[in-house]
Design a protein around this ligand. Structure first.
Ligand code: COA
Length: 332
């Protein structure tokens, strides 16, 4: 069976930039504190009325144009997001309609920061099985729609944006190792309360009280999430490398979820991986949840840091708790 490979990547962010200095005017914080504790300098924030499906559409259209693939040839669209335009219909359906992917089916995947990495593997399985030839995997969030901009614990971290990739079967006979190689994914529901959005679901449907109590915004126990992330990210990375007979030295590019620069550097240190191999763009974009990995790939390609044949290690950690590491041989 051929491996699934990424043949195109497109990243998008809304144009408006909110710097740490802008946040200083809104909450009690400082640029120095945010930079020192998170590595974030700015984030992009969508204008009112700009939806997740708008940005998904933009990313997907660019992605297909780069790959020279007609929308009508797309078989499946998976949108990883926790900020769908609406709870139903799925954002994948809105994107399918706008792109004109007449024969595609699709669905949304809601697992926060691990959304993209999980969606990539699921999309890859449909390619590997032979069921599909063109799978669009989109990871994107408009986090500003669920963030309380008076809560300094959360509003400094998150940003809006993401991207799309196109998966196809690797039919290159002389490059059979190109594509998705292996994955380790796990969830731990014990971490559920540490990063959640309490209201708006069946547990706490929207009422005047839930709105007044700001229950429709992300709540986070930053320290608990930080501890889990700094432990789990290197653990899964080492595990996936070991079971493939590899070490950090074999990895050409490490693309981690961009939640906090300190989480990224501590994972790299534990794997004894020099930072030159690590893609970091959190300073520019903040944490875009399901959007960070496609945005990071986009940055890496733009900087010429991802090349055909590179062994790429992805890792993500997030709400749930959820975690994942994925290995891939880059194909273009
Ligand atoms: N500006 C200034 N001071 C702030 C602040 C802000 N935005 N947020 C918190 N503080 C203050 C706190 O009140 C506290 O003050 P105190 O010592 O007087 O009580 C102090 O800074 C330290 O706060 P703490 O919460 O311990 O900071 P921290 O070093 O844990 O950093 C996070 C906070 C949120 C940046 C960090 O915990 C983190 O990144 N966690 C992981 C988040 C994450 O990855 N989430 C997404 C997962 S996908």
């Amino acid at each position: 069976m051929p491996r699934a490979k990424i043949v195109s990547v497109a990243g998008v962010v809304p144009p408006k930039v909110v710097t740490n200095y802008d946040l200083e005017k809104m909450i009690e914080t400082s640029n120095d504190w945010i930079v020192e504790r998170t590595g974030i300098h700015q984030r992009h924030i969508a204008e009112k009325g700009v939806t997740t499906s708008d940005l998904c559409y933009e990313a997907a259209e660019k992605c297909l144009a780069q790959a020279k693939v007609d929308a009508k040839d797309v078989d499946l669209i998976i949108v990883a997001t926790i900020t769908p335009d609406m709870l139903l219909p799925a954002t994948a359906c809105l994107v399918q309609k706008r792109l004109g992917c007449n024969k595609a089916w699709g669905f949304d995947m809601s697992i926060a920061c691990c959304g993209f990495i999980y969606a990539l593997q699921v999309g890859g399985e449909f390619i590997k099985s032979g069921a599909h030839k063109n799978v669009l995997v989109i990871g994107l969030d408009v986090m500003s729609s669920i963030i309380d901009f008076t809560d300094r614990q959360t509003c400094i971290i998150f940003g809006d944006g993401g991207g799309a990739v196109l998966l196809q079967p690797n039919d290159e006979k002389d490059n059979e190792d190109v594509g998705l190689i292996d994955f380790i994914f796990e969830v731990d529901g014990n971490g559920g309360d540490s990063l959640c959005l309490p209201a708006g679901g069946s547990k706490m449907p929207a009422t005047q009280e839930t709105v007044e109590q700001k229950q429709h915004y992300v709540k986070q126990d930053g320290k608990v999430v930080f501890k889990y992330a700094t432990r789990k990210m290197p653990e899964l990375c080492v595990q996936i490398l070991e079971r493939n007979g590899l070490t950090g030295d074999d990895v050409d590019v490490f693309i981690p979820h961009q939640a906090n620069l300190r989480i990224i550097t501590s994972a790299a240190e534990r794997m004894k991986m020099p930072m030159e191999k690590v893609i970091v763009n959190i300073g520019e974009f903040g944490n875009t949840t399901a959007g960070t990995l496609p945005l990071a790939m986009h940055s890496a390609l733009k900087e010429g840091r991802l090349k055909k044949g590179d062994l790429v290690l992805f890792a993500s950690i997030g709400a749930g708790f959820s975690a994942g590491a994925l290995l891939m041989r880059w194909g273009y």
